[in-house]
Ligand binder design. Sequence first.
Ligand SMILES: Nc1ncnc2c1ncn2[C@@H]1O[C@H](COP(=O)(O)OP(=O)(O)OP(=O)(O)O)[C@@H](O)[C@H]1O
Length: 195
Amino acid sequence: MALAWMGPNADANLLQGIEAGQLGRRALDVGHDWEAYGLTLPADQVITGYMIRLKQQEFPQRVQHNFTNPDLLNTDQRKVFELVLRHFERSRHNLPVEQILLIVQGSAGTGKSFLMKALECERNRADNVEYSPTCMRPAPTIVATCNIRRRTVHSALRLPIRSTQLQPLNGKSFRSFQRSFSNTPGRCHLVVPGR
Ligand SMILES: Nc1ncnc2c1ncn2[C@@H]1O[C@H](COP(=O)(O)OP(=O)(O)OP(=O)(O)O)[C@@H](O)[C@H]1O
């Protein structure tokens, strides 16, 4: 917590109860059994190792609690839910549809993620899970992938991270991209949370 307070450009002297520059050297830090948390990786592998462990350990545990009951949606959530579901249904029956480009805005905790999960649950129910890639829910940041258990937009769509130049996909990445859409019957809904 103390490290988080420091933040970029924060004044370390303002940290309550901690002498500036003493973080990591106090008896509490030195005497703490850090290995009890499994932090045994060399420094350059800590982040990579942490992400791998997060995926292996937390990911499956969280998936088990992913059910969201659409009956709980409030009036505003239900408006969006019904609009998107109508679109789903028309696409599924090959009826003419216009592409939906929809932004759902709301301050923190107003139920945007809840709405997305409800939509996905409804799709899985209607489509019979095997069919579910018709709804992709990539996230813009790795933090969001942890919150809602999905891959990033860049990873899902094979977008370059370090360059603004789009190159044609080829070889392994092209085949893996094709595979990820291979169950998608014609149309795919892409739902991207805002952070
Ligand atoms: N209709 C609802 N019925 C019951 N609980 C709800 C409903 N909508 C949202 N919640 C609950 O409210 C909390 C906040 O919702 P949620 O995380 O979806 O908000 P958010 O808008 O995505 O927030 P943030 O922008 O911070 O990510 C969650 O615990 C969620 O389960």
